[in-house]
Design a protein around this ligand. Structure first.
Ligand SMILES: Cc1cc2nc3c(=O)[nH]c(=O)nc-3n(C[C@H](O)[C@H](O)[C@H](O)COP(=O)(O)OP(=O)(O)OC[C@H]3O[C@@H](n4cnc5c(N)ncnc54)[C@H](O)[C@@H]3O)c2cc1C
Length: 486
């Protein structure tokens, strides 16, 4: 009889990959089960709908319903969302960690305790600052910030993975950044971790307070779909912020699961400058403005011709002629530290579906309005001719007067076209039994061998790009797990 693996890890994204690495590197027999395909970095080259079909959940179209609908995007491939993200890297600010300690009694997560785990993940991904002269859209934002007398930071990033023929030392800014597939997961596999891709876990196999493994649907290369049971002494659920709670609830695990989804709601604008800003060559401006943090962050969003069409689509008839000026345009965003409430529930009609809900609070609307004012001010100060927000019926903002209006007035919620790529907190960790799904180190309440280890565990919104928090906490959890299970 084949021995039962020490651990089954469901999901191979930021949390799952690091879990696999730590366990495999300590000599444990590990199986990683991933719903998506195992695609190399070249898959990202396809761009457009084909790439989105291959690497994104529901082709990149997952709605979060609520007072204002929010378009949500996450990855569904080996490496998860890290394979399609911008690679911006933040450590969780001390103030946020203190609030997690105060409100969730989260143990073992001070900046000092997380430090070695950040250092490990940053080295594994090669996180650092850009070496190139800043692209035009970044330089423009920096110019505006200087004119406003504000401060900013270039955000460290995972490096770009594809060589750029124009500048081979730097990588191609239109390509993907280093995700966990080619870095952390590759090291886990080299250490013996086995990966089963194209295999969606549908249920946990529960037996009282234990989980014996998982039930999954494996799609073979010849198109045949097999139902398989994969057993493990320990089960780590790392399916991300929406699928982890959906899988747990589908399996009857419900205490504080999926009741507290949090997101960073994001409002984008297109800015038109008098001269080309290289947005299509270097699509992501590299600096963020934290002047108004923690409530409001301003920064640069991914830009392509297709994205420009989407940005202009809220007021298409008025703005469609601007497509001709794509070379002089770039995309920027206002992101707010959401204070609304959300939840995740498995769909009753679609066995693989999850219903996501997030209700924007009045404070979120206030911060989005003020953020739009600030972002418009800084872009106009940078020399933008006009700022075109994704707000239906709102004309282009062309003067400071039109911009600062939104410091005092509220945008009409129903007119907002919002999106987000940052979701978390659907299964918060901490010692507060009245609000936490798992203990401070991810062990699910009421179970002996079931763990969560992904973005769902963040107690609340981090207010910064979340992948650093996910990876540091996940590694810390496995180190603790190995101490307790020598
Ligand atoms: C477009 C985009 C840009 C982003 N930009 C940044 C950024 O610049 N910086 C930053 O810090 N963060 C960024 N993020 C967010 C960051 O990528 C996520 O917070 C992080 O990857 C979450 O890690 P995770 O392990 O929780 O989930 P994921 O990385 O999403 O991994 C979950 C994995 O589980 C798999 N899975 C789900 N359900 C099942 C199942 N039932 N069976 C088997 N497998 C399953 C999924 O296919 C997926 O591979 C971005 C995200 C996106 C989508």
């Amino acid at each position: 009889m084949t021995p039962i693996p020490f651990a089954v890890i469901v999901g191979s994204g930021a949390g799952g990959a690091i879990t696999a690495h730590e366990l495999a590197a300590s000599g444990r027999d590990v199986v990683v089960v991933e719903e998506g395909d195992d695609l190399d970095a070249g898959a990202f080259d396809q761009h457009g709908p084909k790439m989105m079909g291959a690497m994104y959940r529901r082709r990149g179209m997952t709605p979060i319903v609520g007072r204002v609908p929010i378009g949500y995007v996450e990855g569904c491939c080996v490496g998860g969302s890290s394979e399609i993200n911008s690679g911006f890297w933040h450590r969780v600010p001390r103030e946020v960690l203190l609030s997690w300690k105060g409100r969730y009694e989260l143990d073992g997560a001070s900046p000092q305790e997380l430090e070695p785990h950040y250092e490990w993940a940053e080295a594994a991904l090669g996180v650092g600052l850009s070496k190139r002269p800043w692209p035009g859209s970044t330089a423009a934002l920096a110019r505006g910030i200087a004119a406003m007398g504000w401060s900013y930071q270039e955000v460290p990033r995972a490096p770009l993975t594809r060589p750029d023929p124009r500048d081979p030392a730097q990588g191609d800014a239109s390509g993907p950044t280093a995700g966990v597939r080619s870095t952390v997961l590759a090291r886990a596999r080299a250490a013996g971790a086995r990966l089963i891709s194209n295999c969606r876990v549908t249920h946990l196999l529960r037996r009282g307070a234990r989980v014996d493994g998982v039930l999954a649907r494996f799609s073979r290369a010849d198109g045949v779909v097999e139902l398989v049971r994969i057993l493990g002494e320990h089960v780590f659920v790392c399916c991300g912020p929406t699928e982890t709670p959906a899988l747990l609830r589908r399996s009857g695990v419900k205490l504080h699961i999926g009741d507290t989804l949090r997101v960073h709601p994001m409002l984008k604008v297109a800015a038109r400058f008098p001269e080309p800003v290289g947005g299509r060559v270097s699509p992501v401006p590299l600096i963020q403005i934290k002047e108004f943090w923690p409530e409001i962050s301003l920064g640069g969003a991914f830009f392509s011709t297709g994205h420009l069409a989407m940005l202009l689509s809220d007021n298409w008839l008025a703005n469609r002629d601007l497509m001709r000026h794509a070379d002089c345009m770039a995309s920027y965003y206002v992101a707010v530290k959401g204070t609304g409430a959300g939840m995740v529930r498995p769909s009753r009609v679609d066995p693989d579906g999850a219903n996501l809900r997030y209700d924007l609070s009045d404070i979120d609307i206030l911060h989005l309005s003020r953020g739009l004012a600030r972002l418009s001010e800084v872009l106009l100060a940078a020399g933008a001719i006009e700022v075109l927000p994704c707000v239906q019926g709102l004309p282009a903002i062309r003067s400071e007067v039109e911009a600062v209006r939104w410091l005092d007035e509220r945008l009409v919620p129903a007119s907002l076209s919002l999106g987000t790529v940052h979701a978390f907190s659907s299964c918060p960790i901490g010692e507060r039994e009245d609000r936490c799904a798992a203990n401070s180190f991810g062990k699910v309440r009421g179970f002996e061998n079931l763990y969560i280890n992904d973005a769902s565990m963040l107690p609340d919104s981090p207010g910064v790009n979340p992948q650093g928090a996910v990876m540091a906490l996940a590694r810390r959890n496995v180190v603790r797990f190995l101490e307790e299970n020598p």
